[in-house]
Every structure is written in C-alpha cells, then in structure tokens.
Design a protein around this ligand. Structure first.
Ligand code: CP
Ligand code: NVA
Length: 308
C-alpha cells in the first residue's frame, strides 16, 4: 500500500503510515515547545481552507500549522465557490490545483471531499470534517491517548452517544490500531454500516462491540469519548435528539461505572455542556479535551508536512 496523496479517510492509510504521522506530530510538538519554532520547510506553500460549515479548532489549527512550517493559508467559504451549484466540483478541483499546494475541505456530503481528491490530481486534499468522517480529529485523539496512556494497544475505548462522523472515524481507527472499541448508541443512531463493514474488511480481527446500554458499555473503559448529539446540519432535530439521548449523558455517575480511576474523558469539542457531557466531567480531573484541541494543530501539521 503506497502512501496516499490525500488525507480523506483513515481507512485509506496503512497502520505504518499513520504511526509515522503520529510520531512526527509528537516530535515536532517537542521541538516547538523546546525551541519555540520549526524549520520553514514549507516556505512559499499555500494551503486553501474551504469551509461549508463553521469551525473554531479546524480553521485556526490548520492556519497556524501551515504558518509554523513557513507557509500560508487562504480561508475560502462556499459563498465564493458555490461547489456543485455555481461550478461543478471536478472543475473547482482542477482550478484550485493550479493555484494552491494543498486543499483542506470541511463540508456536508463526504463525496465533495472525494471528488475534489480525485480531480485535483497534483495536490493533496485533506478532510477537515464531512457528515461521514472527521479523520484529522481522530489523529489528534490518538496522539492524545498516546501522550496520556503511552500506548494504543491493550486499551478499551468506549464511545457513548450519536453514531456520527466521530463514531465512524473511531471505527476506522479501530481498523488500523489494536485497541478494543465499544460504541454505545440508542437504536436507530448506530454508526454507518458501510464504514463498519470496511473496517472489518481491512482488519478481520477488528475488536468492536456495539452495546446499547451505556452503563454496561462503559465498564472497564480506559478512554471514554463523547460528542454532540446534534451535529452541524442537524439543528432542526436538536430537541428530539435531546430526548432520545438523555440516558447517554456522560456525567460523574456514569463515569464512575468504568470501575477505573485513571480513565480519560475525551470530546472533540464543541461540547454542549449539560447535554452529552456535564460541566463537572468536562472540567474534571479526567478530562483531556483541551490537550485534544491543542493536538489538532500538531497532528495536522504532520499531515501537511508529509503531503504538501
Ligand atoms: N473539533 C472540531 O473540529 O472543532 P471545530 O468544529 O471548531 O473545528
Ligand atoms: N459531530 C460533530 C463534530 C464537530 C467537530 C459535527 O459534525 O458537528
């Protein structure tokens, strides 16, 4: 398996290549902390960041990461481009590659990212979140687990909540790394079946269990992960979702059911405090959510370094 041109799904990347990216992210993080700067290895390179949805972490961490490598970035919204409405996505891709050295896209339909990737043949396309996947977040999460637990094997990762782009990305990660994954959702909100089947295909030894009851699911967890019940684009369903997911709130009572003292609590953010997670848990001693947020910058810088 050769290293792919794009970073659209963890499933496209081999375990060795992903491990190399994680090591690079951690090595550059150490250098940055010690020396305050990194070599300008990407001077003159321009990353286009195309957003169809809002962002705090993704926008700022990508923009800072490319600057840390000596490059620069452009923030582009769909108001200008009209991907698929003003202009066909394949034409947009073929124009962008004439100007830019890389594109990061945050969009709704996953296909928008794959079509860009297929048609921009000379530059990398990086997935900054689609309705289906959020692979850059997962790289930051894996880095955070390595920093706090020192390993990715012999760990039980329990995802509690909506079977959304984060849950799907965890399935992809479990296809590549040897931790046990448990996903706990109410019926009808399970992760994507095709993503699960693909994870099983690439890793016939996939250690995955679906346990609907969050109290049973969380037992023995080394890592508890949760995410919003209402993802971007689902705002109209927010009220209905609050009712469906009420029993899946990660609060002190549920977290205590891990039976472990050193379980870490993760969340990609933004959190809806008082919904999927309580203040006491998010601000508590087990929470590593701001390390995850910082690691977005380090993990993505490694991806930019490798691909641009
Ligand atoms: N976690 C994450 O992607 O955050 P933003 O939506 O703020 O970019
Ligand atoms: N599932 C969330 C993740 C936000 C980073 C969403 O898609 O809105």
């Amino acid at each position: 398996m050769s290293t792919p041109k794009d970073f659209i799904s963890l499933a496209d990347w081999s375990t060795d290549d992903l491990t190399r990216l994680l090591e690079l992210a951690m090595e550059q993080k150490r250098t940055l902390k010690k020396e305050g700067r990194l070599p300008a290895s990407h001077a003159g390179k321009v990353l286009g960041c195309l957003f169809h949805k809002p962002s705090l972490r993704t926008r700022i961490s990508f923009e800072v990461a490319i600057r840390q490598l000596g490059g620069s970035s452009l923030y582009i919204t769909d108001k200008e481009i009209g991907l698929g409405s003003r202009e066909a996505p394949q034409d947009v891709a073929r124009v962008l590659e004439r100007y830019l050295d890389g594109v990061m896209i945050r969009t709704f339909a996953h296909e928008n990212a794959t079509v860009l990737g297929r048609n921009a043949t000379t530059i990398p396309v990086i997935n900054g979140l689609t309705d289906l996947l959020h692979p850059c977040q997962l790289m930051a999460d894996l880095q955070t687990i390595l920093e706090h637990k020192g390993r990715l094997d012999d760990l039980r990762v329990v995802y509690i909540g909506d079977g959304n782009n984060m849950a799907n990305s965890w399935l992809n990660a479990a296809g590549r790394f040897p931790f046990d994954l448990v996903i706990s959702n109410p019926g009808g909100f399970e992760p994507d079946t095709a993503v699960l089947e693909n994870a099983r295909r690439i890793n016939p030894g996939l250690k995955y269990e679906a346990i609907a009851d969050p109290v049973k699911a969380i037992e023995g967890a080394d890592v508890v992960y949760t995410d919003t019940w209402t993802s971007m684009g689902q705002e109209e369903e927010a009220k209905e979702r609050r009712d469906v997911f009420a029993a899946y709130q990660v609060n002190n009572e549920l977290l205590a059911k891990t039976g472990k003292k050193d379980t870490i609590l993760m969340h990609c953010l933004p959190a809806h405090r008082g919904e999927e997670v309580t203040d006491e848990v998010l601000d508590g001693p087990q929470s590593v959510v701001f390390d995850e947020a910082e690691n977005r910058m380090h993990a993505q810088r490694a991806i930019l370094f490798e691909l641009m």
